[in-house]
Write a protein that binds this ligand. Structure first.
Ligand code: SF4
Length: 124
């Protein structure tokens, strides 16, 4: 798993939730795209990762961490890199969430929508 520069890891970051992640039983390659992956292959892999996140008990904590840390790679809390980038764009830098729970509050709608039936490709 790629490591973040230390300066971006929130000071109050906790890691216990990772012990309960549904991805512990999944293929880690689902969550990070290989170099030059594009199009349908990427969409399918992202959806497969999101499907794991959808049944994860710590999805909100995971999404909260990834937003606060500005994780640049991978699917976290059901959110793809592109979905997190869209969240960052609408959050003013001065109000960027850094405290525990602030990322989840700032992106509550996006976190919920990330594993919706439409996001998982099960409805048209
Ligand atoms: S939300 Fe997804 S990436 Fe995060 S711990 Fe759960 S399964 Fe893993």
């Amino acid at each position: 798993m790629p490591q973040q520069p230390l300066s971006q890891v929130p000071a109050d970051a906790t890691w216990e939730w990772q012990e309960q992640g549904a991805c512990r039983e999944a293929d880690p390659e689902l969550f990070f795209h290989p170099q030059n992956e594009r199009g349908l292959a990427r969409l399918r892999r992202d959806r497969a990762a999101k499907a794991v996140c959808a049944r994860c008990d710590v999805r909100v904590q995971c999404a909260d961490y990834s937003i606060r840390a500005r994780e640049p790679y991978g699917v976290w809390g059901g959110l793809t890199e592109e979905e997190r980038e869209r969240i960052y764009v609408r959050i003013a830098l001065a109000q960027f969430p850094r405290q525990l729970g602030e990322g989840a509050v700032a992106a509550a709608q996006e976190i919920e929508a990330a594993v919706s039936p439409a996001a998982l490709g099960v409805v048209s």
